[in-house]
Structures are given as C-alpha cells and as structure tokens.
Design a protein around this ligand. Structure first.
Ligand code: PLP
Length: 392
C-alpha cells in the first residue's frame, strides 16, 4: 500500500496544527507548570446549570433532539437577543444549536464558501478562522490589525485586501488573543463597508458577555441593515464556564440557517441533549453567576496588566475576553523562542503570538482565566526570565 502521506487530502495536509495545542502537549509532560496558555475559564460550571442537567438525566432526557436543537432552547436564545439588543429572530427559522462556536464557524463557512472565494480575516485572530476557511475550499485573506490602533480594524485596512473574489468577512470582538473590542462607531464603519461591497459577515461574539469597565458589547447584527447579512455566532463555553459541554449556536437569515442545518444534519445530527438542557438553565438563571465571574476576570485583568507593564513589557490594556497580548520584542527573542524558553526554564506556559497570524509575531498571549495567586507566581517567573534575556 502507498503511504498515507501520499493519500491524504492536500487541503488537510497544507493546514498547520493549532499552535495553541503544541504548547499544551509540552506542558502536560512537565511538573509545576503554571498555565496561562489555555483559553478556558478556571471556574466550574455554576451548580444550577449542572443540576439541571443531572435532573434532566433523571427525567430520562437521553434522546436525539430536533436537528436545529430543542425549541425551548432556541426560544431562550431568541429572547436573550430581544431583551439585550432589541433584535427579532424567529426561534423556528433563524437559530441553529451547534456543538460549540467551533462547529458553528465551520458550517457557516461551508454553507457560504464556493471554491476560490476569498474571506477577509482580521488578524491576530482565533486559530480556527483560517483553517475552517481553507477546509471549506475558500482562500483566507489575512488583514493585519495594529497595536497602534488598539488592534481594531478599519475599512481602509479591509479595502487594501478587497478583490472581486471577496465574499465574506469574519470579525471576532472582543478579540482572542488581543482583548481588543470595537466601539459602535468602529463597527458602523465596518457595516457601511460590508454593505457597499455586499459582503457576508460572520461575527464570532463568544466573548460578548466578557467586557470590562464602561465598555458595552455591541452586537454587530444589531446595527442598521446588518441582521440580513450577518451570521451571528455565540456559545456557552466562556461566559458560563461550559467549555466541556460543547454547545453554541448560530443566528441568521432563514436561508443560511437552513443551509447550515443541512450540513449539521448529516455530520452532527444534533447537539447533545444534556448540554442543551443545561444551556436552557444557563440562559434562564445563569447570568448572575456569569457576572460574578466577569468581576473576578476584571480584577485579574488589572493585576496582570500592571504586572506585565512593571516588568517592562509594552501592553495593550485588554477591554474584553480574558487574554492579554504583551509585546516581547524588547527581549530580543521571537515569540516562539520566548514561549519555549519560558516554558522550559520557568515552567510557565503561554502561547506565541504568531499562532494567531503572522502579525502576532513579537507578542505572546497570556490567558488570565486562572487564579490571582497563579498569575502572581507566573509574573515572578516571567520577571526572572526577562532578566536573563534582557538585551542590555
Ligand atoms: N471563537 C473564539 C474566539 C474562541 O476563543 C473559541 C475558543 O477558544 C471558540 C470560538 C471556540 O469555542 P467553543 O468552545 O464554543 O467551540
């Protein structure tokens, strides 16, 4: 038999494995590692949510559900968007419950991308956007965002990469890995651009509930004329500390939701009923627990921002999500050298910035979804490492 390397799909072969996972694997084999690498809340899912799942199991909720998800859950999702943003979605036609935002992103792209279509992807960004675009047969077109503009994207940035083949734009704010947000004014400009160039917008708003200070999240689809052209993605992993439940959703026009449902139907069938039952409870009674977690992330955010700044690293102060993205060029090391060196000598895991796109080179991503004590100890170790490597 010929080797597998000759037989695998070239599309898959060309895709690099996630730069986040590589560091987890090294860290997993070491003792005494402090991880600022994982993009995962350190909180356990609030008890009321877990209990609703246990109760659901006791009641015998163990079957498939409708492909689109439990109607009860879709109704709660629609209600959230109505109450929070005054948006009117129809639970029967405009919602699809998915296995996390991960699945929603994959099938949204597969539903809209024809071979060779270009998709604008502001970077640094979450690792799946490029890979899912390529897997769908599209061409990911990176659009670098700059620290000078607080990692926000402008129509001029997008215009520089627009071609007749551009079909869609993916935006992800609050942003992983930078913690950047876009204000209403910023987004209105992007909306105008999307309208002028007739682009589909996929808006990944998984961190929409995690913003700090006076910064209110602006839902992109709530802007004038944007609902019809936006596929809005959200989930439960981050806001409700439910990463392991694997549950998220997409909202959009009936036609695109129907197309996504076709893919979902044949590949997934439906999201786990256990997670769907728990998600109903999260939306009904989870917000007060979510707000407590957000308050705690905010404390950690200030602490790590001050700490890294005192160590001499230039930092953009994050406004959302639970990541900070310090510039490490003052050490003279590349992102990979910094991350690998820090892990090996000080046992602190974080992620090199170039895992999130080429323009992330010179940065590292630290997640502050971990306890203040751990962050404090990590800062001391990062300080030791920087001393050893400072250029002077
Ligand atoms: N989108 C962003 C921006 C993320 O950071 C993540 C996870 O880290 C995901 C999507 C995937 O989320 P889920 O657990 O809902 O699949």
């Amino acid at each position: 038999m010929r080797g597998w390397s000759e037989r695998l799909s070239p599309t898959v072969t060309k895709i690099a494995p996630s730069g986040i996972r590589k560091f987890f694997d090294i860290a997993a084999e070491m003792d005494d590692v402090i991880s600022l690498g994982v993009g995962e809340p350190d909180f356990v899912t609030p008890w009321t949510i877990r209990e609703s799942c246990v109760y659901g199991l006791e009641q015998g909720y163990t079957s498939y559900t409708a492909n689109r998800g439990l109607l009860e859950l879709r109704e709660e999702i629609v209600k959230k968007y109505d109450e929070r943003y005054g948006m009117k979605y129809d639970a029967k036609t405009d919602v699809l419950v998915t296995v996390g935002v991960s699945e929603a992103m994959d099938i949204a792209l597969r539903a809209i991308v024809a071979p060779g279509d270009e998709v604008l992807i502001p970077e640094p960004c979450y690792v799946s956007y490029n890979a899912c675009t390529a897997l769908a047969g599209g061409v990911p077109v990176p659009v670098p965002a700059r620290i000078e503009n607080e990692f926000r994207i402008t129509p001029a940035d997008l215009l520089a990469h627009l071609t007749p083949k551009t079909k869609a734009l993916i935006i992800g704010y609050p942003n992983n890995p930078t913690g950047a947000i876009m204000t209403r004014d910023d987004l209105l400009k992007i909306a105008k651009f999307a309208e002028e160039h007739d682009l589909i917008v996929i808006s990944d708003e998984i961190y929409g509930d995690l913003t700090y200070g006076d910064e209110e999240h602006v839902c992109f689809a709530s802007l004038p004329h944007m609902k019809e052209r936006t596929i809005l993605l959200n989930g439960f992993s981050k806001a409700y500390a439910m990463t392991g439940w694997r549950i998220g959703y997409a909202l959009g026009a009936p036609e695109v939701i129907a197309a996504m449902t076709k893919i979902h139907q044949y590949t997934i069938l439906c999201s786990p009923i256990t997670a769907q039952v728990a998600a109903v409870e999260a939306l009904r009674r989870g917000d007060k627990y979510m707000r407590k977690m957000v308050t705690e992330y905010d404390r950690r955010r200030s602490f790590i921002y001050d700490g890294l700044t005192k160590l001499g690293l230039k930092c953009f102060e994050p406004k959302g999500a639970f990541y900070i993205f310090p510039d490490i060029t003052s050490t003279g090391l590349t992102s990979n050298e910094f991350a690998e060196g820090l892990l090996k000598s000080e046992h602190v895991a974080l992620v090199p910035g170039n895992a999130f796109g080429e323009c992330g080179e010179g940065y590292v991503r630290c997640s502050y979804a971990t306890s203040l004590d751990q962050i404090d100890e990590a800062l001391k170790r990062i300080g030791n490492f920087i001393k050893k490597h400072s250029k002077s």
